[in-house]
Design a protein around this ligand. Structure first.
Ligand code: FES
Ligand code: FES
Length: 159
């Protein structure tokens, strides 16, 4: 049946089964490949998107759960004030190694900083523990989150 997905400010109507994973819709049907497939089971965080500003694992979230919601993917996160600061910090600290997990890391980090602009190490660990990095970039991820939190903000709020 038709499902209207609001992704990065545009509405896409897809005729797919209710239980189609949102990740499939985003990557395979709409061609936005910045969001990655890792485990397919909600365990690695590679597929993280924002749904109404909150981090969500798109591999285990069906399109039927997206009615009336606002989806943001890595392709548009840099257009948000917090996302722009996170991407800047990622570049300045040269965080990625192979890069595969990094869009998910950035989406989770952005959601964290939008809700908590000055997170402690414990806050960062709690928010980021579901994002697995096989290259072991965890220390740089943590430093980049702190770095992004230290930038002057140009806007009051926003994921
Ligand atoms: S691919 Fe979704 S959590 Fe691993
Ligand atoms: S940078 Fe390679 S998996 Fe994270």
């Amino acid at each position: 049946m038709p499902h209207a997905l609001n992704i990065n400010g545009l509405t896409h109507t897809l005729d797919v089964d209710d239980d189609t994973p949102t990740l499939w819709a985003i990557r395979d049907l709409l061609g936005m490949t910045g969001t990655k497939f890792g485990c397919g089971a909600g365990l690695c965080g590679a597929c993280t998107i924002h749904v109404d500003g909150k981090p969500v694992r798109s591999c285990i979230t069906p399109v039927s759960a997206m009615a009336g919601k606002r989806i943001t993917t890595i392709e548009a996160i840099g257009a948000t004030p917090t996302g722009a600061r996170v991407q800047k910090a990622w570049l300045e600290l040269d965080v990625p190694q192979c890069g595969y997990c990094q869009s998910g890391q950035i989406m989770s980090a952005t959601a964290l900083l939008a809700a908590n602009p000055k997170p402690s190490d414990a806050d960062i660990d709690a928010a980021m523990s579901g994002n697995i990095c096989r290259c072991g970039t965890y220390l740089r991820v943590r430093e980049a989150i702190k770095h992004a939190g230290a930038y002057p903000t140009t806007s009051k709020k926003g994921a």
